[in-house]
Design a protein around this ligand. Sequence first.
Ligand code: ATP
Length: 494
Amino acid sequence: MAKDSTLMDAIVSLCKRRGFVFQSSEIYGGLNGLWDYGPLGVELKRNIKDAWWRDMITTHDELDQPEGSPRKFQMVGIESSIIMHPRVWKTSGHYDLFHDQMVDCRTCKARFRADHVASSECPQKPSKCPGEHETCELTEPREFNLMFETYIGAMRDEDNKAFLRPETAQGMFVNFKNVVDSNRVKLPFGIAQQGKSCRNEITPRNFTFRTREFEQMEMEFFCHPEESPKWYAYWRDRRFKWYTDLGIDPEKLILRDHEQDELSHYSVGTADVEYAFPFCDEGEFGELEGVAHRGDFDLRSHMEGKLVRQGDELVVEQGEDGKPKYPGSGKDLTYFDDETKERFVPHVIEPAAGADRTVLAFICNAYTEETITNDKGKEEARIVMKFHPRIAPYKVGVFPLLKNKPELVAKAREVCNLLRPHMAVFYDEGGAIGRRYRRQDEAGTPYGVTIDFETLGENDSADKDTVTLRDRDTMEQTRMAISELLAFLLEKIR
Ligand code: ATP
């Protein structure tokens, strides 16, 4: 697939026009790398996050062995704070290592990520890459820590400095013992969390793909070291399937194993789930999720202190005084297996997904332009967002054929009241019915229900209390009894 900036422009424009995504603080000129979700976007994102949470936590049955899994396991959730103890980030390595290399241009004062220079644009005209204009004067790459800093309390000094979390994962590691002690969970088990993370990205870009504030959906799976390779394989495949089950085109999704030189110094294996976004060059993909085998790195760091690699070993990094550079909590984060009487530091498998990138992938995947023949036999363009019904912002549109016919409006209200406790319903009585269908096509509403004269039994009493049910994708219209509507729709949005 070639890079398609026209398609991306069309998607960005639909997102604004229909209220999926707005630029943050737009009336003040916007803020780079920050975005807001509008009425349709917030429903879509919520449904995607719910689908993840249901899959991970609420529908997980610890008494049953899921297909392909090495054995039965437990899953629980938490929600930790965005500002955590600064020592968390020192022992985790983020304080020293969460850097990108940046270069500055002394001429135009713009700043670029060193590894993005070839795909970035110099602010000078005509459009060229940084360094390509004669006047460009780029500095040597320098390290730039991506963590946002803040201060706790009234004193703005070094002792009170804190960080906005750049990932949610540390919340699970520092709560490992709390969860084991309070919930009596037994290994293997996972702790999941969804929440905001912040990274002061040097070059936020590609719409909501790379932003400075974003939401993550992460899970830390704790298991016995010997079983960890099997669990890694399980989560890697299961997470890939989650996207295709929700309708992502498998042709545009890949599961890419990291090369040895791409792996973090503690990781035994990592695979990324990547999607061919329209802004990607041919053969390129954008990361949606990383699934990593992290070994015992995280729990050991929080026990012993910041770890560094020494040959094949991970050892506590020493400061100049010969003491741990950043000491851990000193708390015992080992696990004791009652059955085998074995004590060990669990290994961790981490599927870490970005909610906003996932939303963007579902938006790009759903966006479809079609040419159709309208009622008058004329060809016209139709834009339709083909979301899986489970994640669509609205599940059904309800339309009285005419708004000035009180019996139709009353019946439509009745249908809304029947459906609303179970799903998001959009009621629309304005304009020609074809226009109303088109509006819902753009919103991605999978079904439309029209209350017409047949519903009232005016033309043929056999059709009384039936409605026209329109399918968004096929545009087929069928008649269905109101009494069957709820069960039909519930089955589709499950
Ligand atoms: P990248 O290489 O694209 O910067 P990463 O490998 O640093 O991403 P992780 O630290 O593994 O990302 O974070 C897990 C997930 O969080 C990513 O797969 C992505 O979906 C999401 N994510 C990370 N950074 C951002 C960002 N700046 N904007 C939006 N989502 C992000």
